[in-house]
Design a protein around this ligand. Structure first.
Ligand SMILES: CC(C)(COP(=O)(O)OP(=O)(O)OC[C@H]1O[C@@H](n2cnc3c(N)ncnc32)[C@H](O)[C@@H]1OP(=O)(O)O)[C@@H](O)C(=O)NCCC(=O)NCCS
Length: 190
């Protein structure tokens, strides 16, 4: 049976925490707390994937900014994306990404950013952000991982550095740190 994508409801809180914690394994607790803080402060859209009444996936879009020369431009960051380990590989993540980008389009924002696998997200509508004139929030974001979907509201002048909302920094969820950073950079080089 396929999953249904719908908006997060307050009663999903503990199911979402479980999905996020299990999906991110060693980092699970940290990412689950990030989700709580984003929800309280900066979330603009939160979706769950449900199968037979059970939450099996989750995605969040939260407010961040592009620091353009003319003005700060409000954009969205798609993060985190989580699918329960037992339900991975069945396109739940693909459906959540598509629905989140659809919501961003509906909200009229100019762009959605994320950090992640260029293979995974490249096949799901994202493109490298640097060639578009955007600048990573930190040099610890491997350049191929820095990706964007540019939407209708985008204008040529809306380029510059991506500024994450504060919870990403508070929970050290911007970019990677060594030894993981070195490992991923090496993987992209080879
Ligand atoms: C990444 C994740 C969200 C994908 O969700 P999913 O429902 O399993 O993915 P889908 O079924 O839509 O897509 C499956 C494809 O994604 C690929 N994939 C899964 N995880 C991947 C990863 N970390 N990097 C690159 N590709 C990945 C699979 O190999 C498969 O490829 P194929 O279509 O060529 O066979 C899920 O595996 C997950 O929750 N992982 C742990 C948390 C995480 O890493 N989140 C993303 C952070 S940016």
């Amino acid at each position: 049976m396929g999953s249904v994508i719908r908006s997060y409801r307050a009663e999903d809180e503990s199911a979402v925490r479980q999905v996020v914690t299990h999906a991110f394994a060693d980092e699970g607790h940290k990412v689950a707390v990030l989700v709580d803080d984003l929800r309280a402060e900066h979330a603009r859209c939160e979706l769950v994937a449900e199968e037979a009444g059970e939450v099996v996936g989750h995605v969040m879009l939260s407010r961040s900014w592009v620091d353009a020369r003319r003005a700060l431009v409000e954009v969205l960051v798609l993060s985190p994306l989580s699918v329960a380990p037992a339900r991975q590989g069945r396109r739940v993540g693909t459906s959540l990404v598509a629905a989140a980008v659809g919501e961003a389009r509906r909200l009229g924002v100019p762009a959605v950013f994320l950090e992640g696998s260029p293979t995974y997200y490249g096949d799901r509508g994202f493109e490298p952000a640097t060639p578009r004139g955007f600048i990573r929030a930190s040099p610890r974001v491997p350049e191929p991982a820095f990706q964007v979907v540019v939407l209708d509201g985008h204008e040529e002048w809306m380029t510059g550095a991506l500024v994450y909302c504060e919870p990403f920094w508070r929970h050290d969820c911007v970019g990677l740190r060594d030894p993981e950073l070195g490992r991923i950079e090496h993987m992209f080089e080879s």
